[in-house]
Design a protein around this ligand. Structure first.
Ligand code: 13P
Length: 341
C-alpha cells in the first residue's frame, strides 16, 4: 500500500473550494429520479444525462471528483471518449460506487446491512484499470423505536472496514459512508447520539483492519432533526451540533469529511456546510460536500429529458457547484441564490 499516494488523492478530493459530485445512482435510484421528470430510464437517456453533467464547462473549478456507477464508468461521450477520460482530462478524479446496496439484516427487523464484499478485490482491480482512483461504500443506519441496535452498527462498521482495507490495497481511496437516515420524527439530539455511536464503531473497525486514515475520506450525514420532527433545528444549531459531534469521534488524521445531502433541500445543504466553514474556529479536517441530490435536483428539473434544455441544465448544475464551492470558504450567502447562474 502506497500511503503517500493515497493521501495525495484524498487531499486533492478535498482541495480548497472544491467537493465531490455523487452521480452514482444505482439502476433503481436513477430510474426513480428520471421518472420524476417524466423520462424513461434507458441506457441512452442515462448516458445523455450524466454526459451533460460531466461536460459542464468550468465546473472543474468546484468539483474535484465524481462518483460513478459501474455502467457509467464504462460509458463514453457522444464523440466516443470514455467518461473517466473526459473527467480526468479536466483534472476531475473519477470514482466508483462499489457496494451492492443495503439489504434487510436477517434477524434485525427494520435494519439493514450493505452487501458487496464477495469478489470485491477483483472488481477493484478492474475499476482501477478503468481509471477510478477512489471508491464509495454506503452503509445505512435507521433511527426508529428501539433501533439502531448495537449489532447492526457493528456489522455495518465491519463491512465498511473490510471494504476500506481492500480499496487501499488496490490503490483506491475509500470513501467510508455510514449514513444515519434523516427519516423519522426524532429530534436533533437523538441524531447526534446515534451518529456518534455509529462513527465510534466505524473508527474502531477501521483501526482493527489497519486502514490508513490519511488515505481515506469520511462521508457522513450531518447532525439534523428528523424529517418529521416538529421542532426543526436552525442552520446554526445544525452546524454546531455536527462539528461538536465529529470533533469527539473523528480522528484528526482523516483529511476530509465530505457530507452527503440525504434528502435536505439543495439550499439547506449548502447553508449547513457554509455555517460549519464560517465558524470562528479551525477544524482538524476539511469540511466539504459529496452531494447527489443537492447538486443535481435543479439540473435534472431544468433538463426534463430534452436536448434543447441541456444548456439550462448545465447552468443549474454549475450554479449549485459554485455555491457549494463558496460554502467551502464560509462565503455563501442566501442572496446568491437569486443571482444569475
Ligand atoms: P445524496 O447527497 O443525494 O444523499 O447522495 C449522496 C450519496 O452518494 C448517497 O450515497
Amino acid at each position: 500500500m502506497d500511503i503517500e499516494k493515497l493521501a495525495g488523492i484524498a487531499r486533492k478530493l478535498v482541495a480548497d473550494g472544491k467537493g465531490i459530485l455523487a452521480a452514482d445512482e444505482s439502476s433503481g435510484t436513477i430510474k426513480k429520479r428520471l421518472s420524476g421528470i417524466g423520462v424513461e430510464s434507458t441506457e441512452e437517456n442515462r448516458r445523455a444525462y450524466r454526459g451533460l453533467l460531466f461536460s459542464t464547462e468550468g465546473v472543474e473549478r468546484y468539483i474535484s471528483g465524481v462518483i460513478l456507477f459501474d455502467e457509467t464508468l464504462r460509458q463514453s461521450s457522444q464523440d466516443g471518449i470514455p467518461f473517466p477520460a473526459i473527467l480526468a482530462e479536466r483534472g476531475i478524479i473519477p470514482g466508483i460506487k462499489v457496494d451492492k446496496g443495503a439489504k434487510a439484516l436477517a434477524g434485525f427487523s427494520g435494519e439493514k446491512i450493505t452487501e458487496g464484499l464477495d469478489g470485491l478485490r477483483e472488481r477493484l482491480a478492474e475499476y482501477h484499470q478503468l481509471g477510478a482512483r477512489f471508491a464509495k461504500w454506503r452503509a445505512v443506519i435507521t433511527i426508529g423505536e428501539g433501533i439502531p441496535s448495537d449489532f447492526a452498527m457493528k456489522a455495518n462498521a465491519h463491512a465498511l472496514a473490510r471494504y476500506a482495507a481492500l480499496c487501499q490495497e488496490a490503490g483506491l481511496v475509500p470513501i467510508v459512508e455510514p449514513e444515519v437516515l434523516m427519516d423519522g420524527g426524532h429530534d436533533i439530539d437523538r441524531c447526534r447520539h446515534v451518529t456518534a455511536a455509529a462513527l465510534k464503531h466505524v473508527f474502531s473497525a477501521l483501526f482493527d483492519h489497519c486502514v490508513a486514515l490519511e488515505g481515506m475520506l469520511l462521508k457522513p450525514n450531518m447532525v439534523l432533526s428528523g424529517m418529521d420532527c416538529p421542532q426543526q433545528a436552525s442552520v446554526e444549531e445544525v452546524a454546531q451540533a455536527t462539528v461538536r459531534t465529529f470533533r469527539q469521534v473523528v480522528p484528526a488524521a482523516v483529511p476530509g469529511i465530505v457530507f452527503l445531502s440525504g434528502g435536505q433541500s439543495s439550499e439547506l445543504a449548502t447553508a449547513h456546510l457554509n455555517a460549519m466553514n464560517a465558524m470562528d474556529q479551525e477544524h482538524p479536517w476539511q469540511l466539504s460536500f459529496s452531494y447527489g441530490r443537492a447538486l443535481q435536483e435543479h439540473a435534472l428539473a431544468a433538463w426534463g429529458g430534452k436536448k434543447e434544455n441541456v444548456s439550462a441544465a448545465q447552468k443549474a448544475f454549475f450554479k449549485r457547484a459554485r455555491l457549494n464551492g463558496a460554502a467551502r470558504y464560509g462565503s455563501y450567502r442566501p442572496k446568491m441564490e437569486k443571482e444569475a447562474a
